[in-house]
Design a protein around this ligand. Structure first.
Ligand code: SF4
Length: 181
């Protein structure tokens, strides 16, 4: 029987949440017995090969490509999970939301104290994904089924959530796995 599929993506994130998934240590062997990874940086598969049971999203949306990827995950995955604070709140990248985008770009490319940019240009190649006016949480863009907070969420939290879903159970994690005090 075909195994259920899991897909993962990093949008505006640092890959720390993916590192936490790998931190399940030898349970990764059990995981690959239970599931096939579909589109994911873990197996470097760039495109979906079919419908997935679970999609794990790290990072919020800071550009149009993030939005496109997130919408595709919503279409392709039965259950979509926001993994980590960047996906849930925008996280560190959302610090730029306090400053107008134009000022952010000018500081980064023109006026910052370490900038060397004699041509005084701000990158605008058409191949670059357009930045959004601010960084958005994933649930501001698509419906999200579960939220796993933390920066990053602990490996045990990710493991328990996946095991529950693979057993057709709702994700109800004990307080110990979702407390951050
Ligand atoms: S929540 Fe933390 S670990 Fe995860 S992508 Fe954001 S900064 Fe990285």
């Amino acid at each position: 029987m075909a195994k259920p599929k899991v897909a993962t993506a990093s949008l505006a994130g640092c890959f720390g949440c993916h590192m936490s998934l790998l931190d399940i240590d030898d349970r990764i062997l059990k995981l690959v017995e239970l599931v096939d990874f579909d589109k994911s940086p873990i197996d470097d598969l760039k495109k979906f090969t079919g419908r997935c049971l679970v999609g794990l999203i790290e990072g919020g949306c800071c550009n149009e490509e993030n939005v496109e990827v997130l919408r595709e995950f919503r279409r392709q995955c039965d259950v979509l999970i926001s993994v980590g604070d960047c996906a849930i709140t925008g996280g560190l990248p959302a610090l730029r939301n306090m400053v107008p985008l134009k000022e952010c770009l000018e500081e980064a490319y023109l006026n910052g104290p370490t900038v060397h940019n004699p041509q005084r240009t701000i990158p605008n190649d058409p191949e670059l994904p357009l930045l959004l006016d601010k960084v958005y949480s994933c649930h501001a863009v698509v419906k999200i089924d579960y939220f796993l907070p933390g920066c990053p969420p602990p490996a045990d939290t990710l493991w328990e959530a996946l095991v529950a879903l693979l057993n057709n159970q709702p994700v109800k994690l004990p307080y110990e796995l979702v407390k951050y005090d």
